[in-house]
Design a protein around this ligand. Structure first.
Ligand SMILES: *[C@@H]1O[C@H](CO)[C@@H](O)[C@H](O)[C@H]1NC(C)=O
Ligand SMILES: *[C@@H]1O[C@H](CO)[C@@H](O)[C@H](O)[C@H]1NC(C)=O
Ligand SMILES: *[C@@H]1O[C@H](CO)[C@@H](O)[C@H](O)[C@H]1NC(C)=O
Ligand SMILES: [Zn+2]
Length: 285
């Protein structure tokens, strides 16, 4: 009985730690997957609905944070959520930067996006079932295209993408990475959307078809099946121009920072959703 209680507490503690560690938080991923699923072609919508487990009830958003939840079980996957680039250079190059801490090439979020795109391209092949688990490929790709759009997921090596920079988000202690995973989105939801994530999703969708309609065409463009290098280069530039800019150890981040940065977060969420859909539409034809 006691053991059981400890296990439950450990489990709860792990759940609480997840948003701190990596990637957009739960809402950021939900937003990109919801935007994406509404933009799928018939063929892509059918494939996604086939590959989702039955309990997801054809809602990709409900499993968009699955990759964060399996990080402990699939320890090998934890290096696939981000890219470390050289400190202060503000550039990204696949061959230089897409590796894990042991220096193994391809083990970063851009390599993972290529990997799971290639796996999903076997959908419909006769013997693909034996080779890959395409349900997992779908959930990994959905998550990683979100992560690569979080600017600090393509961050500097020595501060681990802002994870070691302690700041205050208004009056609360936070690390800079978490501010970009969760706090900016949460504060925007509270202040402008009555704490209702669906309202934020609706507004983003409306903007994608109006004020961003022309840009959205350019966001979708990709001469291959997946274009993670483009997104990673934009990411480190946004990290330098907006996330790291003016921030040091102990900085107090409040309205000045929030009001100038939340439009960047809105755009990255919209880009992530539009590009995830476009990638699925290219994969499933
Ligand atoms: C590619 O996918 C397989 C299956 O999930 C995984 O074992 C491997 O680590 C992945 N590699 C990369 C670079 O994503
Ligand atoms: C594929 O992965 C999912 C999620 O991890 C799992 O539930 C399912 O059993 C796997 N399918 C096969 C055929 O191994
Ligand atoms: C939508 O676009 C309007 C007009 O440009 C802008 O004021 C608003 O902040 C945008 N909202 C989101 C969530 O993108
Ligand atoms: Zn992640």
């Amino acid at each position: 009985m006691k053991l059981c209680k400890i296990h439950i507490l450990t489990f709860v503690a792990i759940l609480l730690l997840i948003p701190v560690a990596h990637g957009w938080g739960v809402d950021g991923h939900l937003i990109t997957c919801r935007i994406a699923q509404a933009r799928l072609s018939k063929a892509a919508a059918d494939a996604v609905s086939q590959l989702l487990p039955a309990y997801a009830d054809n809602d990709l958003g409900s499993l968009c944070s699955w990759a964060d939840r399996v990080k402990f079980r699939y320890h090998w996957s934890s290096a696939l959520h981000y890219i470390d680039t050289p400190d202060n250079l503000c550039t990204y190059q696949y061959n230089r930067d897409c590796k894990d801490e042991d220096g193994i090439l391809d083990r970063c979020v851009a390599g993972a996006i290529n990997n799971y795109t290639n796996q999903l391209l076997t959908y419909g092949d006769d013997n693909s079932a034996s080779q890959y688990n395409l349900t997992e490929a779908l959930l990994f790709l959905s998550h990683y295209i979100g992560d690569i759009h979080q600017p600090l997921h393509v961050g500097f090596t020595s501060d681990r993408g802002g994870n070691t920079i302690d700041v205050h988000w208004y009056t609360r202690k936070a690390v800079l990475h978490h501010v970009w995973d969760d706090n900016i989105i949460e504060t925007a939801e509270e202040r402008f959307y009555d704490s209702n994530v669906d309202e934020l999703i609706n507004t983003l969708q409306k903007n994608i078809t109006t004020v961003w309609a022309n840009q959205a065409k350019a966001w979708e463009a990709c001469s291959k099946t997946a274009c993670p290098d483009v997104y990673a280069s934009e990411g480190i530039k946004a990290a330098c121009d907006w996330a790291y800019k003016g921030v040091g150890e102990g900085s107090v981040l409040e309205d000045d920072y929030f009001l100038s940065r939340y439009p960047v977060v809105n755009m990255r969420l919209a880009q992530g959703g539009v590009r995830l859909a476009a990638t699925f539409n290219r994969i499933f034809g």
